[in-house]
Design a protein. Structure first.
Lengths: 116, 448
């Protein structure tokens, strides 16, 4: 009986994680294809003159994301976050066009094309 | 040897090398996307050769468990971050520096912190703890009046973070190999962790004695002012939930490895997430924003190309080529042998370092397992497969440190104002030494 319940819980966790994975992918696609806001990166981690995407950026201690300032298409500046992988693997840099989507208390940025 | 299999192998390595050399511009076509296009190309070629690959064959190699474990791992990482556990870690380090352990002892713990936490992606802690690494690195350099020590600390920390996804129980690269090889979860982890300590130490020593990577002077001055300010600003900011999450996670993971409960790691990780979420009162939406899709996608692209390579017989061709290389006499009476070739195979990921170690790990793991069996047959050593697997996994995990395609080393180089790619060599030296130590541990002591 106990074993059956445990198996059921394990199966539910795996199924839940698969569904969660699809949800995360959809969220990511949403950020790329139809973001809530769009703009260009004005500064990364407080640095506004950094040209190299892998170069110096300061980060908030204990925070595993990079803080960005994004100049929105309407001219306003807002603060957003990006994953550290975006800076290296996506070569995100100042001047890149990004899409922004609110996720909980974070405004997440993702590199998008100029056509979006 | 089938011609199609050999062709597939050549195309795969061709794409990897072309990406590394930037003959394929990474801004336009990142290596993961290039591998997916290569898969499509191989599917077309296979159809032309009269050996069509169906979708089932391609997807048969996509293992769902490492993916779900990785997703659960990212949720744990997100929950820890949201609860302030990483801030608590920095605070604990600052307190440790005031104990008899002193600054050098604290720095030793700091550079090994990524492996202690063992997050599913090294970049999580590289981003979270680099301000602390800079702070302590500068402090040490100032006390010893040796600016070089900043680089020693930073790159030691960086390579440790890069390699830490190998032994991570939160869906690390090791769990992929353990699952595919049929070993208990975590059975290859301890040897890897010792190997990572060696990687870190060797990289640090080689920077100090051989490569002597000096940080930019203006960067040091700026850092001193910034860090002093940050130190003051961040005092007393760590919430109690941060300390709770920090100790709950470390003790929880230790208990899981000691007691080995008969429950999948995913269930345990989800339990961790729920507890930390309840304590720190964060919503699931807060955590979703912190999930990094790049390592997941890197792994899936590796799985997909591996599926195509299996279907067209490329791994059979690889084993045949490696066997020829093992038996071929380079000089009269001198051949590399199966062990010699296994050493090269285990070090392939750091020779061709990808921006995420999961790419090479997922793509070549079936071949590594098959060659491990071959080495086992040739040498009569029953542990040959886990030995080779451990070396390959650790090497793959650490390889994102020195990768010129946006490796973690770039974070350190940028923060120190050095030339991009300058930290690659000392990291690679460390990785090769650490890989050797990890495989020796499995070979001599077994699964510790």
């Amino acid at each position: 009986m106990m074993g059956n319940i445990l198996e059921l819980v394990n199966a539910a966790v795996i199924a839940g994680l698969i569904v969660f994975g699809f949800y995360v992918v959809l969220q990511n696609m949403r950020t790329i294809m139809c973001p809530q806001k769009k703009g260009t990166i004005a500064s990364m981690g407080g640095l506004d003159n950094q040209k190299c995407n892998l170069c110096a950026y300061s980060m908030e201690p204990g925070k595993s994301t990079i803080q960005l300032k994004v100049k929105l298409d309407n001219g306003l500046i807002c603060e957003a976050e990006a994953s550290p992988c975006c800076l290296c693997m996506d070569r995100m840099k100042i001047g890149d066009r990004v899409g922004l989507t609110q996720s909980g208390n974070r405004l997440m940025a993702q590199k998008i094309g100029w056509g979006v | 040897m089938e011609l199609l299999g050999l062709f597939g192998l050549l195309v795969f390595f061709g794409v990897i090398i072309a990406s590394l050399k930037e003959w394929i511009p990474q801004d336009v076509l990142p290596v993961q996307s290039a591998l997916i296009l290569t898969t499509l190309f191989l599917v077309v070629i296979a159809a032309l050769f009269g050996q069509p690959i169906n979708l089932k064959e391609l997807s048969a190699n996509i293992y769902i468990h490492p993916i779900t474990a990785l997703l659960a791992g990212f949720l744990v990482a997100g929950a820890l971050e949201a609860a302030g556990a990483f801030k608590a870690a920095i605070d604990i380090l600052e307190r440790l520096a005031e104990t008899p352990l002193g600054l050098p002892g604290t720095v030793v713990i700091l550079v090994n912190m990524p492996t202690i936490f063992a997050m599913p992606c090294g970049r999580i802690l590289a981003a979270a703890l680099i301000p602390a690494a800079l702070l302590f690195g500068y402090e040490l350099a100032r006390v010893r009046e040796t600016p070089l020590l900043v680089s020693v600390v930073i790159f030691g920390f960086i390579v440790n973070a890069a390699a830490s996804c190998g032994p991570s129980p939160l869906g690390g690269i090791g769990t992929m190999g353990e699952g595919m090889g049929g070993y208990d979860i975590g059975s290859l982890a301890n040897a890897q962790q010792v190997g990572i300590m060696v990687i870190t130490a060797v990289a640090m020593v080689s920077i100090k004695l051989i490569y002597r990577i000096l940080p930019g002077e203006t960067i040091i001055e700026e850092m001193m002012e910034e860090n002093e300010q940050k130190k003051k600003k961040d005092n007393n900011k760590v919430p109690a939930s941060g300390y709770f999450s920090f100790f709950f996670f470390l003790i929880g993971i230790a208990v899981v490895f000691i007691t080995k409960p008969p429950v999948p790691i995913q269930t345990i990780l989800v339990f961790f997430v729920i507890v930390i979420m309840l304590i720190s009162r964060v919503s699931i939406q807060d955590l979703i924003g912190g999930v990094i899709l790049h390592p997941v996608m890197a792994m899936i692209s590796g799985f997909i190309i591996a599926g195509a390579l299996i279907a067209i017989g490329s791994f059979d061709a690889l084993i045949e080529l490696l066997s020829i290389a093992a038996e071929m006499e380079l000089l009269p009476g001198m051949a590399l042998g199966y062990v010699g070739v296994a050493v090269i195979l285990a070090n392939t990921p750091s020779i061709l370092p990808m921006p995420c170690g999961r790419i090479m790990a997922a793509a070549l793991m079936p071949g590594v397992l098959l060659f491990g069996l071959k080495v086992s047959e040739a040498t009569g050593n029953a542990l040959a497969t886990p030995i080779l697997l451990t070396g390959f996994i650790l090497n793959a995990a650490a390889s994102c440190g020195p990768s010129p395609l946006g490796g973690i080393g770039g974070i350190g180089e940028g923060n120190l104002g050095t030339a991009i790619g300058i930290s690659g060599k000392p990291q690679q030296v460390g990785i090769m030494m650490g890989t050797g130590i990890a495989v020796l541990i499995i070979g001599l002591l077994g699964f510790i």
